[in-house]
Design a protein around this ligand. Structure first.
Ligand code: F6P
Length: 464
């Protein structure tokens, strides 16, 4: 029977610790029908891992995982994926730390994934790989003899040729992406940048969304990811009874809540956001004592130096802002590095007057969409959104800001705080419609239809 096999670095085996695939599980939920397989890393490191994946079945879905070697995994994940690729793809060339040995480990983990999946993949399977950890995977799986439909979705941004050239193996990465049949990007801009790279760096022929390289065609298109807006909205309604949400609501004592929720990552623009909050009280002192800003940012990738530095910087900025503006009965900034359950977050978004989503660069940013889905239609909060989040391409009725400009963020917060209810409702209505239309389900269906139609067309083409 033809199966769909999803491949990602982390695998969300139900109830297993340390292997969460985060938002990906929610985004792909509709595809997790009985018979589907999800393949990737087990979350474990061992000295001599087997290529034979361990299988766990839950609700008809098979989770197939392998262990990896500790030193190879470090070069792959800490070194190349998050020390070189992540900064590059988020336009932070100054933070990119490229080392040839890390790239070798990156190739080696991809090779291991391909060889291991090669043992269980069947000729009529469809394979969909996710994110920047798995760029060379298609080429390697092809070498294992798999000829079925092979798609890839990049959850993070892509860069123009002038930036990609700084990556010593940039051309190899683009050529490897061309080994997929279909590559999806969050926005049209990222898809275009990729096609430009293929053309300028590799001499590929580009016609519309199609890229032809070495006699082989693939399609690179935009497929913006969404959320399950309906169920998130219900979660938010129900979360009014959540204890933590009630406690936070009670603690506001009538003050407006500004809320930010991000992984603790330098791409999220957190220092600039904190700085902006301080500027709000300087530029618009009438808001002093009238607002609380709650920033939730669970720690992330602490093995990478830059992430540890960020944490120290945020601790410092929090102390500075609270030290400067606090009064005996008012602490303006609450900052927590603890993760919160999705339903609690839904409830917190709902009581937020302002949602602050100001990444310096982001593939999409689903918090922006969740904030909108969580709002009460009769009294909605206002989204302040970075122009450099993929979500800004769709959510144009948000207050769009340049995240590098703390004064602009401060002014947008002021605008949100004084915005008349009629304008809030009007903006919200337009945003809500988009978030409920461009859902996770629509994202999956667009991708699967595109992938399967390429393969269907390519059979007669190959015969001809
Ligand atoms: O934003 C890209 C992404 O891969 C997400 O899909 C994921 O939730 C997040 O980064 C987590 O990263 P990591 O696996 O490094 O903890």
């Amino acid at each position: 029977m033809a199966r769909l096999i999803i491949v990602s670095n982390r695998v969300p085996i139900p109830k297993s610790r340390g292997a969460s695939a985060g938002g990906l599980t929610v985004a792909l939920r509709d595809l997790l029908t009985p018979g589907t397989m999800w393949f990737g890393w087990s979350g474990r490191l061992s000295a001599d891992p087997s290529l034979q994946p361990s299988l766990v079945e839950a609700r008809g879905v098979t989770y197939a995982t392998i262990d990896l070697k500790a030193d190879t995994y470090r070069g792959f994940y800490v070194g190349f994926a998050n020390g070189a690729l992540w900064p590059l793809l988020h336009f932070r060339l100054g933070l990119m730390q490229y080392r040839r040995e890390d790239y070798d480990d990156y190739l080696s983990v991809n090779q291991t994934f391909a060889e291991s999946l090669g043992q269980v993949v069947q000729a009529d399977d469809t394979v969909w790989a996710h994110d920047y950890h798995l760029i060379p995977f298609a080429r390697m799986l092809r070498q294992q003899g798999f000829h079925g439909p092979l798609g890839f979705f990049l959850h993070v941004p892509f860069v123009p040729p002038s930036m990609l050239e700084a990556m010593p193996v940039g051309r190899e990465l683009v050529a490897d992406l061309c080994a997929y049949d279909l590559v999806g990007f969050q926005t049209e801009e990222h898809a275009r940048d990729f096609r430009d790279c293929a053309q300028r760096l590799l001499g590929a022929t580009v016609k519309g969304e199609w890229v032809r390289l070495n006699g082989r065609s693939m399609r690179a298109f935009a497929d913006p990811i969404g959320i399950d807006a309906e169920s998130f909205h219900h979660d938010a309604e129900r979360a009014a009874n959540d204890n933590l949400v009630k406690r936070v609501a009670g603690s506001l004592a009538g003050r407006a809540l500004a809320i930010g929720v991000d992984r603790m990552d330098y791409s999220k623009g957190l220092p600039q956001r904190f700085e902006a909050y301080g500027r709000l009280f300087e530029r618009h002192p009438e808001h002093r004592r009238r607002v609380h800003f709650l920033q939730i940012c669970p720690r992330s990738r602490e093995e990478v130096d830059e992430y540890r530095k960020l944490r120290i910087e945020l601790d410092r900025l929090t102390g500075r802002i609270n030290g400067r503006f606090s009064e005996f009965d008012w602490t303006p900034l609450r900052y927590s590095a603890r993760a919160a359950p999705r339903t609690t977050l839904a409830g917190l978004y709902r009581i937020g007057r302002i949602g602050l989503v100001t990444p310096l660069r982001d593939g999409m940013n689903l918090v922006a969409k969740e904030f909108i889905a969580a709002q009460a239609d009769e009294d909605p909060g206002v989204l302040v959104l970075s122009q450099f989040a993929g979500a800004a391409q769709e959510l144009t009725e948000a207050l769009i800001v340049n995240p590098f400009d703390p004064d602009a963020i401060a002014d947008a917060m002021h605008h949100a705080l004084i915005m008349p209810a009629a304008e809030r409702k009007e903006r919200h209505q337009a945003l809500r419609e988009k978030v409920f239309r461009s859902t996770a389900q629509a994202y999956c269906m667009r991708f699967m239809e595109a992938l399967l139609s390429i393969k269907a067309q390519s059979v007669p083409r190959a015969v001809a």
